[in-house]
Design a protein around this ligand. Structure first.
Ligand code: ZN
Length: 274
């Protein structure tokens, strides 16, 4: 073949490979948000009806983008339905409101089990003895582009948006955290000063929660957040969205840095039981 024709064909192929995904995305984003999906949001997302209309519309656009980009698969005999996909996407996208740019760029797959799933891991106990331990989990977030969730718990957490427990918000905040290259409780922030105040406020609150967890005393945030800084950020995220009034009252500085980070104030979404 004439080398010039070959070169031309290569250029056309590259141009098409770049253009087709963008074209498909534009088509998806132009489609109206299906009425059945609105019903799913109203039925399953406890906070949805309390969101102001501009945020609802923004959330719907992000859900379409999320569902176009991410691949869902069922495990443990579960068949993934639109109800599951929309319910998960809505909560994942709630962490992305008022944000531009790609949505969870490292994330590719969401794997869904019907209920808690068992994982077997190599673990080392306090005496240094290693062995395989089997544990039941409700959710997991991996740095290699995967989130694993138990559907029954996802649904319960989505419908009850006031108890401070939400496995979907939890696992997707780990995804945000991992975008910095390390899942360590410090996601990508706006500037150096933000990192300084983030580090000092979150580490101070983490120490307080660790102390409370050790003593077994009551705390607004779940004691699981005392496990390490990454879990603290994930648990603080759940509390921020589900118990914002109480967090603002009892952990004002933490509430403020999370409000700046998530660019929303969930206190404005007046839910019934707050
Ligand atoms: Zn976690």
């Amino acid at each position: 073949m004439n080398p010039w024709i070959f070169l031309l064909l290569v250029i056309v192929a590259i141009a098409l490979a770049l253009w087709i995904p963008r074209f498909r995305l534009r088509q998806v984003m132009k489609q109206p948000f299906p009425d059945e999906w609105v019903e799913i949001l109203e039925r399953n997302i406890g906070i949805y009806k309390n969101l102001p209309m501009p945020l609802r519309l923004q959330l719907r656009q992000k859900i379409k983008l999320f569902l176009h980009r991410k691949h869902f698969s069922g495990a443990g005999g579960l068949e993934v339905t639109d109800e599951m996909r929309v319910t998960i996407a809505a909560q994942a996208c709630m962490l992305q409101i008022n944000r531009r740019g790609p949505i969870y760029p490292r994330l590719k797959y969401i794997i869904l089990y019907p209920t808690a799933f068992i994982v077997s891991r190599m673990e080392t106990n306090e005496s240094g003895v290693s062995g395989h331990a089997a544990r039941g989990l409700l959710g997991e977030s991996w740095d290699n582009g995967k989130v694993i969730l138990a559907w029954d718990n996802v649904l319960h957490g989505a419908r009850n948006f006031v108890d401070g427990q939400n496995v979907t918000l939890h696992e997707f905040s780990h995804q945000l955290d991992s975008e910095s290259g390390n899942t360590n409780g410090a996601p990508i922030l706006a500037g150096e000063s933000s990192y300084r105040s983030w580090a000092s406020i979150l580490s101070g609150e983490f120490r307080v929660l660790r102390k409370k967890a050790r003593r077994g005393s009551r705390s607004l945030m779940d004691h699981y957040g005392a496990t390490n800084p990454a879990e603290f950020f994930a648990v603080a995220t759940e509390t921020f969205f589900e118990k914002p009034e109480k967090m603002a009252r009892h952990h004002a500085e933490l509430f403020k840095v999370l409000r700046d980070y998530y660019r929303v104030d969930p206190r404005n979404w007046k839910a019934a039981e707050r």
